[in-house]
Ligand binder design. Structure first.
Ligand code: TMP
Length: 220
């Protein structure tokens, strides 16, 4: 096979941003890569679904079209197929080179959106994770949290609402609560960051968290 099955021999670190719509994940992803570079840490920004050529094609299948066009299990499988391509082609090779990876979304999005949001059996999502990702997880996950109405308003201001943005506020409330539950269950990996402030303030909390958890503990 020649492919890593349970993840790479890791030298870099994987940091993931999670959260609902309009939380500012892509801005914070870019800013964190710049902040790491300023500290002499080579880092790349990437995203899910996507982050590799095949995965970007799967992304188009997922974010366009009617909100109910996929059954939740088919949708989760597509996200994990894209994730596997992203890991094999982009994330794992970078970590092996010693490059840090900052990803705008990763597997917690499947648990929050397809699990808590759409009601797919969460144990099934854990099994899909084991099959496609194996014994590998982000070093740090930053969950950008803000009230649903505020996030959806910010996302709407960007224009061109995608399939998930059109799913209704009950769905978005369930996934926000889901993210907070994920953070409660895995505090060693996840940190909730208040994303209601301006981007500079959020970035400051992000950088402080990364400095405390990864850069200053001797592993960076
Ligand atoms: P984006 O809005 O961050 O660009 O991501 C595209 C959408 O895909 C977003 O609304 C969340 C959704 N999504 C899932 O439903 N499950 C997943 O596993 C991932 C990675 C994203």
């Amino acid at each position: 096979m020649g492919q890593p099955w349970s993840g790479p021999v890791k030298q870099g670190r994987l940091i993931t941003f999670e959260g609902g719509e309009g939380a500012g994940k892509s801005t914070q992803t870019r800013r964190l890569v710049d902040w790491l570079a300023a500290r002499g840490i080579d880092a790349v920004a990437t995203r899910e679904p996507g982050g590799a050529p095949g995965a970007e094609r799967i992304r188009a299948l997922l974010i366009e079209g009617a909100p109910d066009q996929w059954d939740a299990r088919a949708e989760a499988l597509l996200h994990f197929a894209a994730r596997r391509a992203h890991l094999v082609e982009t994330v794992w090779p970078a970590l092996e080179r010693g490059t840090w990876v900052v990803s705008d979304r990763f597997a917690d999005s499947t648990m929050a959106y397809q699990g808590y949001g759409m009601g797919l059996d969460r144990e099934m999502i854990v099994r899909l994770y084991d099959l496609t990702v194996g014994d590998f997880a982000p070093d740090l996950t930053l969950i950008l949290d803000l009230p649903v109405a505020e996030g959806l308003a910010r996302a709407a201001a960007r224009g061109g609402a995608d399939r998930y943005e059109r799913m209704g506020s009950d769905f978005h409330e369930r996934l926000r609560a889901g993210y907070l539950d994920i953070a409660r269950r895995t505090p060693e990996r996840c940190l909730v960051i208040d994303a209601t402030g301006i981007a500079d303030a959020v970035a400051q909390s992000v950088h402080q968290a990364v400095a405390e958890r990864l850069v200053e503990d001797g592993r960076g």
